[in-house]
Design a protein around this ligand. Structure first.
Ligand SMILES: Nc1nc2[nH]c(I)nc2c(=O)[nH]1
Length: 269
């Protein structure tokens, strides 16, 4: 069973991974990290050509991608004056590798100098009017994993965890963007219709299987966090249709250009 506590040595791993990243890229410092979730890969094309690209397994503490050929790559870009670290893919809690493994990418990014962490994901939409392909800014989260990446009596404050400054910046760039509360379920199964009714009742607008534990780790490490979800499907029970994972890729392609432009502009600010 996965350890549902973080690993006290995680910080050491992150420093080792960041040192190796510096050695492999020759880049002393990165300023911002982006974690690209399901359906977001096409948006990365808008960032242009990476200066460096390496498999995550080149860095200590990163497992190979859960699905061969899907993700498991880290890229380093220069965007204006900034250097951006882009993780294509992530370790999900449902892989059973423990929370330290889920938080490792974010902790490595902060150890590499990143002051801002942008977490993206694919998710189910609970709110009436939401539609597949719609990006939603995360305003707050509900942690249904019963886990934390933090070990010990470190009572981290999570008020305004999802940066009001960066959310306002995104809405300035694209005023049509809506906001929503994201709930992380452990997964990997999708929710039952009853669980979706519960999630809606407790105030969630979006349901997923990532992001929350990473955001907590990023706040603990002192980074500013922006979260953006891509609604790839309406959550279970909303349309009477069974959920299928194929919607992810199509929804990502449909909104890739819009999201790519948004990310590039946000990073440039
Ligand atoms: N928990 C949960 N995660 C998801 N990821 C995607 I893409 N769609 C969903 C969904 O409907 N529920």
């Amino acid at each position: 069973t996965p350890d549902i506590q973080g690993d006290p040595h995680a910080a050491a791993d992150a420093d080792a991974a960041a040192a190796r990243l510096r050695a492999l890229t020759g880049a002393d410092n990165h300023d911002v990290a982006l974690v690209m979730g399901s359906g977001w890969a096409p948006a990365v094309d808008a960032l242009g050509e990476p200066e460096h690209e390496l498999p995550v397994t080149d860095l200590p503490g990163f497992p190979p991608p859960a699905v061969e050929g899907h993700g498991g790559t880290i890229r380093s870009y220069r965007i204006g004056e900034k250097r951006a670290l882009v993780f294509l893919g992530r370790t999900h809690f449902y892989e059973g590798r423990g929370v330290a493994s889920v938080a490792h990418g974010v902790r490595t990014a902060v150890a590499a100098g990143c002051k801002t962490i942008v977490l993206t994901n694919g998710c189910g939409g609970l709110r009436e009017g939401m539609r597949p392909g719609q990006p939603v800014l995360i305003s707050d989260h509900i942690n249904l994993t019963a886990a934390s990446p933090i070990v010990g009596a470190n009572f981290v404050d999570l008020t305004d965890l999802y940066s009001p400054r960066l959310r306002a910046l995104c809405k300035e760039i694209d005023p049509t963007l809506e906001e929503g509360v994201y709930a992380q379920f452990p997964g990997p199964h999708y929710e039952t219709p009853a669980e979706i009714r519960m999630a809606r009742t407790i105030g969630a607008d979006l349901v997923g299987m990532s992001t929350v534990l990473e955001a907590i780790a990023a706040r603990e490490a002192g980074a500013e966090v922006l979260g953006i979800s891509l609604v790839t499907n309406l959550a279970a029970g909303m349309t009477g249709e069974p959920l299928n994972h194929e919607e992810v890729l199509q929804a990502g392609r449909d909104s890739a250009t819009r999201m790519g432009a948004l990310l590039t502009q946000v990073l440039g600010r």
